[in-house]
Write a protein that binds this ligand. Structure first.
Ligand code: ZN
Length: 299
């Protein structure tokens, strides 16, 4: 049995797992994502440190890691990520230099989609959209059974203009992720009440706390605006939600379902689903990328 290190580099934390060939998660590890690291060096070293930790449990045969933002996946380059502050950064090469193992590289959202498509909630659909909602929001577009990214640029729906005036890291205002992401929900609640609490805690209060309810309702309403555009353009059979916010389950799906049923006329209503791998979809996808790389090398 071979084991791989699956490492998902998010805006705030690096989530890693030691995963077996059978996609069993043996152990996990989390570290904060280095901030102010435009050279990517601290991030590459953080990945190497996590790898050494996982290697204590079992020998690792390959690494699969994923990062957010616009990527050139083929050449291992991060073209742009707002949350990590990278521009044209050869991150795959930087990581390869730090670790003496085969390295597979991908996009955090598309790696999650890969996991859902191979063996999760997207496996029975030819047309679907995978949308993890956490620090940011992005989408992986599955069209005709394949994950499409248009040279790595497509799917950055967190920067769709949904019509409000909050400024965004991209330099504009009105972006979906500054109002509907998990971090935006916490920020908005704090702005209204002065209390900094997690999105999970806010969700726990939506029936008893008017501010929590209003912040949640607002986030859902703007998310529905973006979904309506996506449905009209791409006609997915299913939309699959992942990331931290997907843990809301029915509190996320039911109001979206209600708004969309009212707003859509001729369009096909997609099934709204929660990711099979939940918040771990990205990590499982990284493991699949690493295992695919090993299979290709031994073929
Ligand atoms: Zn933006």
């Amino acid at each position: 049995m071979k084991y791989v290190a699956a490492i998902d580099v998010g805006g705030t934390s690096i989530k890693a797992a030691l995963v077996s060939e059978a996609l069993g998660v043996i152990t996990t590890s989390t570290a904060p994502t280095p901030q102010n690291d435009p050279s990517g060096l601290m991030t590459a070293r953080a990945l190497a440190a996590i790898l050494s930790e996982l290697e204590l449990v079992h020998h690792v045969s390959a690494i699969g890691f994923a990062v957010p933002g616009a990527l050139d996946e083929e050449h291992g380059i991060s073209r742009w990520t707002g949350n990590l502050g990278w521009r044209e950064l050869p991150i795959k090469e930087l990581v390869s230099r730090e670790v003496n193992l085969p390295v597979a590289f991908g996009h955090d959202v598309r790696s999650g989609a890969l996991a859902e498509l191979r063996s999760g909630a997207a496996k029975d659909f030819q047309q679907s959209i995978f949308i993890p909602i956490g620090t940011g929001i992005a989408a992986a577009l599955i069209i005709d059974g394949k994950i499409r990214s248009s040279d790595g640029y497509a799917g950055e729906i967190g920067h769709l203009n949904v019509g409000h005036d909050i400024p965004c890291v991209c330099g504009l205002s009105g972006c979906l992720e500054t109002i509907s992401s998990a971090s935006a929900i916490s920020r908005e609640y704090e702005k209204r009440t002065g209390f900094a609490i997690s999105t999970k805690e806010i969700l726990g209060r939506i029936r008893s706390d008017d501010h929590a309810w209003q912040v949640w309702e607002q986030a859902i309403a703007y998310l529905a605006v973006a979904l309506e555009d996506l449905i009209t353009i791409l006609a997915p059979e299913a939309i699959i939600f992942g990331g931290g916010l997907s843990q809301a389950g029915a509190a996320l799906i039911e109001p979206l379902q209600a708004i969309l049923s009212e707003r859509l006329t001729f369009q096909r209503m997609p099934q709204l689903l929660i990711a099979h791998y939940g918040v771990n979809a990205g990590t499982i996808g990284c493991a699949i990328m690493a295992l695919d790389l090993l299979a290709k090398e031994t073929a």
